[in-house]
Design a protein around this ligand. Sequence first.
Ligand code: PLP
Length: 388
Amino acid sequence: MLNRTLLSLGTETAFTVLARAGELANQGKSIINLGIGQPDFSTPPHIVDAGITALRDGAHGYTPSMGLPILREAVQEDLSARYGYCPPISQIQITPGGKPVIFMAAMIYGGVDNEIILPNPSFPIYQSAVAYSQATPVFYSLKEQNGFAFNADEILSKITSNTNMIMINSPHNPTGGITPPSEIKKLVEGLTLHPNITLFSDEIYDRLVFDNKPHSLLSYPEIRDRLILLNGWSKTYAMTGWRIGYGIWPKQAIEFADKIGVNYHSCVNAPTQFAALAATTGDQSCVEEMRLAFNRRAAIITHKLNEIKGISCQKPKGAFYAFPNISAFGISSDKIQTELLEEFGVAGISGTAFGSFGEGYLRLSSANSDALISEACDRLKQLANGYL
Ligand code: PLP
């Protein structure tokens, strides 16, 4: 008999669509992939070289479970330089991608009797991990009319005596929205009345911000002792397949985060940690080049989408996703996702893959070439013509 708890696990539709897009491409169909959320750039050569050198130099064994001390120090210095706060090294954990930090946070702060407040729409693993922990998910909405920023009053109004953790994500997947500092400040101030609630801030897109202003919860001293921060190298340095990220944990949680890591993955592979070290300590011009490219493509995709009758799309403020409103089509986003891929060869993700409030929207990643983004929008226009 299978463990019944498994029935609570969700998944990430982007991987299902990626597999189907691959099948169609193998059959010789012309496929444009705007589905999966990963930079289309290669990892910059100096980072790849550092990984290869580490392998050649014999970095073949286990490392400390929390990560190489030199890498944790580099993370500490990087955060200190960018956000003016130096988290204790003992609270920095290197993980195989940013994703495990979500799962660990749900295991540590979830569980029966606890409520966890999270955004809708949001990265689907939040809901999956919360449900798997047996906690009750309580959703707040991210609305198009608010630029997909959260509303602090709405979040605070959801708090009950059972609330144990609140999850936020800015810049945001799937909408590309960024919550302004005024709203974040309001949330942080509101939480001073609830000292037992932990705040989880997913900042995996913190370097992909188009106004180039710093956006981190680390900038708010009042909340630091109960903040879980997720970040990593996947999006910033085009390193999704290397599998490396990090979590900054509250003091009381770190022992358990480490225990879960030891039970599950032991440590991140050593050469990847050396590659990440080269990324963090090396020349940062590659990050700026990719940020500018994503900003340019965000402008292209928004312009092209808004030219299509029946579609409206806000320009994303960060990350690399557009979240066009397609409700005028009058059919479900799931159906549009299927038709767009099967009939028109464009992989995009239904808004409902990120929660029920995503109905009427589509997530299109702009991590593709300018030409293919334009071509994908032309194909979407053909689809739209069939409905409008
Ligand atoms: N958090 C968000 C909001 C994401 O979009 C993703 C990846 O798409 C992750 C976390 C996980 O990143 P990683 O690939 O480093 O595990």
